[in-house]
Design a protein around this ligand. Structure first.
Ligand code: KG4
Ligand code: ZN
Length: 339
């Protein structure tokens, strides 16, 4: 089969990204313009600012991805773009750009689900990695435990009933004065803290449930901070960060291992921004080793939002014959497996 070269475009939140990927597995270029500095001032992503920044950045980001990959538009077989879920105004910038390119260049357009993109980062990480496997997808907006039976089918074993894992990190970080984005800041602070200092709740829900719930843990951290303030006690933020993180990781890892046992598979993968977390990666690896499971985790740059994962997901859709029409629209609430 001839090589298939896909240009991926991602603008669902606060990274403007474009990438060129060969055969869904080989990254020829990966350009990411992060807006973190702009949003940090406001303590979180401001949707209108995100859209405006995407408009400012999208053209040069695509040009850079093309020149870094050393390819011309003639060499591109398809254009893949995230069309949901995400911030509608942000998604629209990437979708409009991809449609304009596809129309002008007469190239196929493939709309990609952002969460499916995150999962595909694993195919980039290890070119031999294949389904079936259990995937823990933990990002700022989503927490899913999935059984990925093949490239196109996902069985949702569990999902969050309230806050996503990354959302909990971001809210707790704000409460302890660390600012946005919380995940990397808590990750670093936790390295200096005592994870056993404060016993925060581990919410496992009903027996056999693979669902998550992080809002109780978030409230427990907020209550702890309030109590310490009211009693004029010192708050050791590194200990709070480490203890909070320990509670999140215990639930995420144990449920993932149980899911693998339940589905009788010995392959586990992680995806999404929170899977960049150093302690989560370490603990999951330890438990996988103890249980004789293999673990695949993308490099941190492919865990957080990027367009290489979108190009990879687009490749698998494209070779199956899926193409989007020129009236493709952003769908901020797009569900996993939905088209
Ligand atoms: O996948 P992602 O880049 O965007 C979404 O699709 O949401 O995930 C962003 C989330 C944020 O909540 C951020 O705080 C979290 O991932 N995150 C981390 C780390 N790096 C990013 N959480 C924990 N530890 C990290 N090192
Ligand atoms: Zn994401």
């Amino acid at each position: 089969m001839n090589d298939v070269i896909v240009l991926g475009i991602e603008t669902s939140c606060d990274e403007t990204a474009a990438a060129v990927v060969r055969n869904g597995r080989f990254v020829l270029s990966n350009t990411i313009a992060s807006q973190i500095d702009v949003h940090t001032v406001y303590g979180g992503v401001v949707p209108e600012i995100a859209s405006r920044k995407h408009i400012e950045n999208i053209d040069w980001v695509i040009d850079k991805a093309m020149s870094d990959a050393n390819v011309s538009f003639n060499d591109i077989d398809a254009i893949a773009v995230t069309y949901g879920p995400g911030l509608v105004g942000a998604l629209l910038v990437g979708v409009a750009e991809a449609k304009a390119l596809a129309y002008a260049l007469k190239k196929p357009l493939v709309g990609v689900n952002h969460i499916e993109g995150h999962i595909c980062a694993n195919y980039i990480q290890d070119i031999n990695f294949e389904p079936p496997y259990i995937a823990l997808v933990v990002s700022g907006g989503h927490s899913h435990l999935l059984y990925v039976s093949d490239y196109y089918n996902f069985e949702i074993l569990g999902r969050t009933r309230d806050d996503a894992a990354g959302e909990a990190y971001d809210k707790v970080a704000r409460a302890i004065g660390m600012g946005y984005p919380g995940g990397p800041k808590i990750d670093n602070a936790a390295k200096l803290g005592n994870a056993e200092a404060i016993k925060f709740p581990r919410v496992f829900l009903e027996d056999e449930s693979f669902d998550f719930s992080f809002s109780g843990l978030k409230s427990a951290v907020l209550n702890y901070i309030n109590k310490m303030k009211m009693t004029n006690s010192d708050i050791y933020v590194n200990d709070v960060a480490a203890s909070f993180q320990n509670a999140v990781i215990e639930v995420l890892t144990q449920k993932t291992i149980s899911a693998a046992k339940f589905k009788n598979t010995n392959k586990i993968a992680m995806a999404g921004g929170v899977s960049a977390n150093s302690a989560l990666r370490r603990e999951m690896k330890k438990l996988c080793d103890e249980n004789g499971f293999s673990l695949n985790v993308p490099d941190p740059i492919f865990c957080t939002d990027n367009a290489a994962m979108i190009a990879s997901a687009g490749y698998y859709e494209f070779i199956k014959g899926v193409k989007s029409d020129i009236d493709l629209n952003a769908n901020p609430n797009l569900k996993l497996g939905e088209r």
